[in-house]
Design a protein around this ligand. Structure first.
Ligand code: AMP
Length: 451
């Protein structure tokens, strides 16, 4: 295979479907056989459903079988991920919690990378409490502690994955919040009941995909788990246009699909719904995300990934980071000239592609950071600039604002800074870039102003 065809290869993901029971060992073995099949089909990530550890026959049994994050089940999956060089989404396991209320668990979704490390965990936030008068009563909150935050999308080989679980599917706000945070794929590992599944499952999945313009990956429990409980199944993958691109057959199965982020971008560019939102009519979504393991977080900046350690400021919709190749060519270089960038969390190419709350958040961030830069460098002037579009000199196709402190005489002619801005990033060869150490130090010193 030549280099060009290799570059054309898209990541493949697999979605799994099975019937879990109270037999943990058998459930695990079925999952492993599905993971092996997915591996043969070249999948890089396998998504397993909610409760893929077990589905107990009684509440009591479910509580007793629960494990901690470092227990047997997750440890075994970590080993499998490493041995098979695959990422795994353990859509939901019963996590034993050691607080006073020992009769409850958390419904935890775990992302494991191909080295066997846990990249993120998300505790299901919306609990399924159904209490129909004279009919079904199924109250998840009787035995589950709800999660208290959304988790920032996780960078995987297939793109940024937003973590949800089952019933979360009915709350579009959560999907929109994750998309606003940069998600390109949304996962809904589930155990939908027969009745609700038949009526709503596919409609809800396709709706979330269409309105967020994300891939939706929904692993599912299927069939009869016990005399009291059965699930709808129909695990599927939906593309950002809303088409079902893969679906499992009856029984234990996997289905695979390629993830094409260029196609996703084409859909977002062609129908820019984020830009068209009327927040003046219905307000905005205020995202309450929990940071994941600090060192694992990274942010998209056009074609680049910005590491959390280079970021010194974050608001609901924007973030600021230190420049890898600052404009330095000034007269007064006794002053270590800083050159920071403020960008939107969501990937948007041009200023006009931002929604009104994003614009407002970005410029509020610019204002806040400007004050800090002035203080930190004891200056009373700044150059605040946006290169918006390729003809203006924009090299990174992701809206960003340059902030640079200014002193009298720092450039022979005041506006020479624009020439430098134009030139400074022409050569981005590794040897021309700043050292990691220097960037970390600068980010750390600026971060202190916001802590
Ligand atoms: P523009 O030419 O307006 O698109 O500006 C792009 C800016 O991004 C330049 O100042 C670059 O030095 C900066 N830049 C590019 N890649 C990175 C990176 N990985 N981390 C930090 N800054 C970057």
């Amino acid at each position: 295979m030549d280099a060009n065809s290799l570059a054309d290869l898209k990541p493949v993901v697999a979605v799994a479907q099975l019937t879990c029971t109270a037999d943990k060992k058998r459930n695990f073995e079925t999952c492993i056989s599905l993971i092996k099949r997915a591996s043969k089909l070249k999948a890089q990530i396998v998504f397993l459903p909610e409760a893929c550890d077990y589905i107990g026959e009684t509440k009591q049994q479910s509580m007793e079988m629960a494990e901690t994050l470092d227990g047997d089940v997750i440890s075994k999956y970590r080993t499998v991920a490493k041995e098979m060089n695959m990422w795994l989404s353990i859509g939901g396991f019963h996590q034993r919690v050691s607080d006073a209320d020992s009769l409850k668990v958390r419904n935890t979704h775990v992302i494991i990378d191909n080295s066997g490390s846990i990249k993120a965990t998300y505790d299901k936030t919306h609990l399924f409490d159904l209490d129909i008068k004279g009919g079904v009563r199924l109250c998840e909150s009787d035995y589950t502690i709800p999660g208290s935050s959304i988790v920032e999308p996780v960078l995987t080989p297939a793109g940024r994955v937003g973590l949800c679980t089952c019933y979360d599917l009915r709350f579009p706000e959560m999907s929109l919040a994750l998309t606003q945070q940069g998600a390109e794929l949304l996962t809904f590992p589930s155990a939908f009941t027969q009745t609700t599944g038949q009526a709503h499952w596919e409609v809800l999945l396709r709706s979330r995909a269409i309105e967020t313009q994300c891939y939706v990956i929904a692993a599912a429990q299927t069939g009869k788990h016990s005399d009291k409980r059965s699930s709808y199944g129909h695990a599927m993958i939906v593309d950002p246009w809303g088409s079902v691109v893969a679906q499992c057959h009856e029984g234990a199965d996997i289905a695979v699909a390629e993830i094409d982020l260029d196609y996703l971008q084409k859909i977002r560019d062609g129908m820019p719904v984020w830009q068209h939102r009327r927040h003046d009519l219905y307000g905005t979504i205020n995202v309450q995300t929990k940071g994941r393991i600090e060192s694992e977080i990274s942010y998209r900046f056009g074609q680049h990934q910005i590491r959390n350690s280079h970021v010194f400021f974050k608001s609901a919709l924007s973030y600021a980071f230190v420049n890898i190749k600052p404009v330095l060519n000034c007269f007064l270089c006794s002053l270590t000239l800083v050159h920071v960038l403020v960008s939107s969390l969501r990937h948007a190419k041009r200023l006009a592609d931002l929604s009104q709350p994003e614009v407002s958040d970005l410029f509020t961030a610019v204002q806040t950071i400007s004050r800090v830069i002035e203080k930190h460098f004891s200056v009373s002037s700044l150059t605040v600039a946006i290169q918006d579009g390729p003809a203006s000199g924009q090299t990174v196709e992701h809206v960003h604002v340059h902030i640079l402190p200014r002193k009298p005489g720092d450039f022979p002619e005041n506006d020479d800074i624009y020439k430098e801005l134009q030139k400074h990033d022409e050569d981005m060869s590794v040897t021309s870039l700043r050292s990691e150490e220097e960037m970390l130090k600068e980010a750390e010193s600026l971060r202190e102003y916001f802590s």
